[in-house]
Ligand binder design. Structure first.
Ligand code: FAD
Length: 305
């Protein structure tokens, strides 16, 4: 990775597009933080912002409320995440209609995690959609939606092998998915190999890397172990000893994520999806480094020049 090579390419921000992922807030305090984040990131003009959907429909109302507020109070284009968990087809179809009536044109279609928790066996609802591919088919039948789906550069933990994963991704693409967004990863070689193998498997939709800025290394390491993402030794080394030093931790985290994104740009990637964790600081800094600026910042910069 070479930041100096990047610094000679000031035009890069014109070529890179970003999207941001939020989760629906559970408390008034979390709600306030989310809206501070949305307000700070809105001027960066993301392609879309997505709002996650909780297991077992537990946040269905909250997801709908958040999506509605984004539609009503911002210039942003929301994408509603949908899962198949614990819901019959007609229930899922009714939620899709509700979103479409609101003006939602983009969805992120997922099977979802088992209702009993990650690590337990997934049991589809007897009258439900069995997986992401079936949900994509249903969405495509319901309207001309932009549909994102998931992809796993390090294999989905439930999947016996990569071939099974590529088979599912191909079914999602064949059923009408517009793009795949990956689970977060820290090793760009794994992502590049995954995209090459997907192309060889006949999957041609864009595979957008999901980038997770490391707000808290200990939490990210625990979460990575659960979802099968590798935490390379060099990453652990970078954050070693910073548990009680949030300022340095944040500086290191923005450098790590910017390096990762810049390296992917060098490899020809132009679209990035950021898992914001409803926090603006790191994502805003990383976007700034890759040349994605608010018009206000650009205007202030040229006035000062
Ligand atoms: P699918 O695409 O249907 O399947 C994924 C892979 O798992 C397949 O490739 C297949 O090989 C394997 N698989 C599926 N079913 C089985 C089975 N029964 N037996 C063996 N292997 C199987 N979760 C949420 O709850 N809410 C969200 O909003 C949400 N957003 C996400 C956004 C992104 C970009 C990503 C990458 C993940 C998100 N998740 C979310 C997590 C996701 O729901 C879980 O990873 C879930 O376990 C799989 O859902 P999927 O849509 O990827 O499944």
């Amino acid at each position: 990775m070479n930041q100096f090579r990047f610094s000679r390419r000031p035009d890069i921000g014109d070529k890179v597009r970003v999207s941001f992922e939020f989760f629906p807030p559970k408390t008034d305090e979390m709600e306030a933080r989310l809206w501070d984040t949305v307000t700070r990131l809105e001027p960066l003009k993301p392609k879309f912002v997505s709002v996650t959907y909780g297991a077992g429909g537990s946040t269905r109302e909250r997801t709908a409320r958040t999506v509605k507020r984004i539609l009503n109070e911002t210039t942003l284009t929301p994408a509603a995440h949908m899962t198949c968990v614990d819901a019959a087809r007609d229930q899922v179809d009714a939620v899709v209609r509700e979103f479409a009536d609101m003006g939602v044109t983009r969805f992120v279609a997922l099977r979802g995690d088992p209702a009993a928790g990650v690590g337990t066996a997934y049991r589809p609802h007897p009258d439900g959609y069995a997986n992401g591919a079936e949900l994509v088919g249903a969405l495509k039948g319901a309207g001309d939606f932009d549909i994102s789906v998931s992809a796993y550069p390090e294999k989905h933990p439930e999947s016996p092998d990569f071939a099974t994963d590529f088979d599912m991704l191909k079914r999602k693409a064949d059923n009408g998915a517009t793009r795949a967004i990956t689970q977060f990863f820290f090793d760009n070689d794994l992502y590049e190999r995954y995209v090459e193998r997907a192309r060889r498997a006949g999957i041609y939709i864009p595979i957008v890397p999901g980038i997770l800025p490391v707000h808290n290394f200990t939490q990210v390491a625990n979460f990575s172990a659960r979802c099968g993402a590798l935490v390379p030794a060099w990453l652990a080394e970078r954050f070693d000893g910073l548990q009680n030093d949030p300022q340095t931790h944040a500086l290191v985290a923005s450098a790590v994520a910017a390096e990762q994104v810049l390296d992917l740009v060098e490899r020809g990637v132009s679209d990035f999806h950021f898992y914001t964790m409803n926090r603006a600081d790191l994502v805003f800094a990383i976007c700034h480094m890759i040349g994605i600026r608010s018009h206000e910042a650009e205007a202030a910069g040229s006035a000062a020049a």
